[in-house]
Write a protein that binds this ligand. Structure first.
Ligand code: AMP
Length: 216
């Protein structure tokens, strides 16, 4: 099963991807996570990507398509995968179609997580993750049960993304509307678009997504 989670930054794609992956045995492929790892490791790709990421712009299609083309060849992708943050342009969507067609595969569903723009800045600027297991938290909406201690692994170290600041978030939202939103009609036309209410609470969003997946 090949599923794409589509929605603006802060819609909850990463949080939901982790949950869905655990339940359905799909691998989560997040180009954002892969690029952040490349930036941290100071690879050639990371060095090129950093400036785009820091300014809220998209990394070039060539770079991200290359990353995904290599990644889906790996063994753990054989049972299917969940794309989180890719594709983000029509060129990426078309390249993905080609890569999949060559493997006799296709996108089974594109789940649009619909949210109000106004809620996104607060969602994003308040979020942080466990430095050890990557579990996501939020200053007001999703605090660890014990302050300063990760619920999942007990670590006391947390990270905030450098691009989760107000200025970059506004740029990322504009980028989403200009370059990624055109994917909605593209996938609607193909009959694979499913829209869910991303404003519902986290558990309800998971239920909506699982409902879509159970019908595939
Ligand atoms: P994300 O973690 O998905 O919010 O991505 C963080 C940043 O990585 C984005 O603002 C982009 O600069 C870059 N990025 C992630 N995925 C893509 C993609 N599919 N195409 C272009 N840039 C991407």
């Amino acid at each position: 099963m090949i599923v794409i989670l589509l929605g603006p930054p802060g819609a909850g794609k990463g949080t939901q991807a982790t949950r869905i992956m655990e339940k359905n045995g799909l691998v989560q492929l997040s180009t954002g996570d892969m690029l952040r790892a490349a930036v941290a490791a100071k690879t050639a790709v990371g060095i090129k990507a950093k400036e785009f990421m820091d300014s809220g712009k998209l990394v070039t299609d060539e770079i991200v398509i290359g990353i995904i083309a290599d990644r889906i060849e790996e063994d753990d992708c054989r049972q299917g995968f969940l794309l989180d943050g890719f594709p983000r342009t029509l060129a990426q969507a078309e390249a993905l179609d080609k890569l999949l067609t060559n493997k006799n595969l296709k996108v089974d569903a594109v789940i649009e997580m619909k949210v109000n723009d106004e809620s996104l800045v607060d969602r994003i600027t308040g979020r942080y993750t466990c430095a050890h297991c990557n579990m996501g938290y939020h200053d007001t909406n999703l605090k660890p049960q014990k302050a300063g201690v990760c619920d999942s692994c007990g670590s006391t170290n947390f990270n905030r993304r450098s691009d989760d600041n107000r200025k970059t978030v506004v740029a990322r939202l504009a980028t989403y509307h200009a370059q990624t939103a055109p994917l909605l009609p593209f996938y609607k036309e193909k009959g694979v678009l499913r829209t869910i209410d991303g404003m519902a609470n986290i558990d309800d969003v998971t239920i909506q997504i699982n409902n879509v997946l159970s019908k595939l």
